[in-house]
Design a protein around this ligand. Structure first.
Ligand code: MN
Length: 294
């Protein structure tokens, strides 16, 4: 099922073949609050989806349909306790960083910069699939490069700590697309990647029961129509069960947390006026413009 949030954070089932979204908000067993601060219902849905799914299935045939172009899709994550992201999870991306980008952008060339790891982004950096990335004034004035990283992302269902790899997949609610916008240069990743609008997410979550093999998913990004990133998720150095195990040894995963699985090779600079189009087959497409702050 493709679960979307739209308009006033209503719950929808996206039906791309019908070019529609069905409003299934009434099927929720909890009160629906459109205010993100009251949106614990979303995290309950992430945690309890296997139990709630039959209610959504039952409501779907008679749920009101809206044409997709008449609604505003929101980020399919509400109030996550954290945004976890992976650093250096494709060999070719490690190579492009080592062989040019780190030096050119004045970044640290310490060896740990080329090792797999996880880090945190501010949840306030999340925007929806119909929003723009706004370039932050300070880094632009300093002439810093700001890069696109288009990544497969997953949403945590049932939470847990110290989750072993062989149980990891049972903790995944679903998959979506995340852009991990990044200022290059010196400084902690959490600062360089946490500016407002630096984590577009969407267009919806495809529940885990519909994706039998996430390694088969192909992640692509075009910039102004030119292909820049194109890789299969199976090329990850640490694959999804390993990411769940690694991250949950550090911090308890909570229902509704979002995890970005790392940048494919082909990262590069964006400027105001650019348009990024990112697609993962089986999930969908997000078209995200870039603009300067006002
Ligand atoms: Mn990234």
């Amino acid at each position: 099922m493709k679960l979307a949030l739209f308009d006033g954070n209503r719950l929808g089932v996206a039906l791309p073949a019908e070019n529609a979204v069905a409003d299934v908000t009434a099927a929720l067993p909890w009160p629906h609050d459109p205010d993100p601060l009251g949106a614990g219902w979303w995290r309950l849905l992430c945690r309890d989806y296997p139990e709630v799914r039959s209610r959504i299935d039952a409501a779907l045939p008679n749920a009101p349909r809206h044409p997709l172009d008449t609604v505003t899709l929101r980020a399919p994550v509400l109030n996550p306790s954290k945004v976890i992201a992976c650093a250096v999870n494709y060999h070719e991306h490690a190579a492009e960083m080592r062989d040019g980008i780190l030096q050119r952008t004045g970044s640290s060339t310490a060896s740990w910069m080329l090792d797999f790891d996880t880090f945190l982004k501010a949840p306030s950096s999340i925007v929806g699939p119909q929003d723009a990335v706004v370039l932050p004034r300070g880094p632009v004035a300093e002439g810093r490069e700001i890069h696109h990283e288009s990544e497969l992302a997953f949403i945590v269902g049932k939470g847990g700590a110290d989750i072993p790899e062989d149980r990891a997949m049972a903790h995944i609610f679903g998959y979506t697309i995340g852009l991990d916008m990044t200022v290059r240069g010196q400084g902690d990743r959490s600062r360089r990647k946490s500016y407002d609008t630096f984590t577009p997410v969407g267009p919806w979550v495809v529940t885990a029961d519909e994706i039998s093999d996430p390694n088969a998913l192909r992640i692509r990004l075009t910039l102004n129509g030119e292909e820049r990133q194109n890789i299969q998720a199976g090329e990850m150095i640490v694959k999804i069960p390993g990411i769940v195990a690694y991250a949950s040894r550090i911090m308890r995963l909570e229902p509704g947390d979002i995890v970005l699985t790392g940048a494919p090779p082909g990262v590069g600079q964006v400027h105001a006026g650019d348009v990024m189009e990112t697609t993962i087959d089986g999930i969908g497409t997000m078209t995200v413009p870039v603009r300067n702050s006002e």
